[in-house]
Design a protein around this ligand. Structure first.
Ligand code: CTP
Length: 211
């Protein structure tokens, strides 16, 4: 399970990140553990209390998350990538604090690796189930379908992050689920912990079908 935002340092005092709180990923980790699964949680920085009896790896940057996830990815039956990974990082990180007074700075960015797409490429004959999340603000289904195909996923969970009750910091979510075979489901608004349970029910069914 991956959860939370990644961050990319600009200098020793500043960083780029996003608004992901990690609540959905932590709820999934907790729900999976309560069902008896052996759970590894790879988490970006968050103030959330980690679920009990979960192997927790704390990471900061996208590259650290990539290394941690890829190191053991062959061991997992299911990989759920709920983390909101930063798509870019600064081309250079300053060793010392960048001082003002030198005019407005322009930040040059380079693209981060897409961890989920890499996992998707490695699927081959693997029986590992690959689940992605899509954080969208418009054209939810079309964007999710494109991500599912491009990243070779079994299932993608879409949420509208522009809404207050389904966004990053909310305790509730209303997700749509898109499956590889094209069929879709619309779950109503509910607490994230309940969303996690509903998702695990679907993932379990898929897992049983595929094994
Ligand atoms: N993801 C990833 N590595 C990245 C970016 C995203 O592993 N560098 C994963 C996320 O964990 C999520 C899925 O890909 O499961 C979709 O992430 P999202 O941020 O919705 O979309 P992007 O692929 O980054 O595309 P865009 O930002 O253009 O919507």
């Amino acid at each position: 399970m991956t959860a939370g935002a990644t961050l990319e340092p600009l200098d020793p005092v500043r960083y780029m990140s996003n608004r992901s709180s990690g609540k959905m990923g932590y709820a999934l980790a907790r729900a999976a553990r309560m069902r008896g699964a052996k759970v590894t949680l790879v988490s970006g920085p968050t103030a959330l209390k980690p679920p009990r009896d979960v192997a927790l790896s704390r990471v900061k940057t996208a590259e650290e998350m990539r290394r941690t996830v890829l190191a053991d990815c062959g061991l997992y039956d299911v990989i759920i990538k709920a983390a909101a990974v930063l798509d870019w990082r600064p081309k250079e990180t300053s060793e010392h604090k960048i001082k003002k007074g030198r005019g407005v700075q322009t930040l040059e960015l380079v693209e981060n690796p897409d961890i989920l797409a890499e996992l998707g490429c490695m699927q081959g004959n693997s029986r590992c189930l690959l689940v992605g999340f899509a954080a969208e603000t418009q054209d939810l289904i079309a964007n999710a379908k494109e991500k599912l195909k491009k990243k070779n996923l079994d299932l993608i969970v879409v949420n509208d992050v522009s809404r207050e009750d389904t966004g990053f910091e909310a305790d509730t979510n209303a997700v749509k689920i898109v499956y590889r075979d094209g069929h879709m489901e619309d779950l109503p608004l509910m607490p994230k912990q309940e969303v996690a349970d509903q998702l695990l029910d679907r993932i379990k069914t898929l897992w049983e079908k595929s094994s």
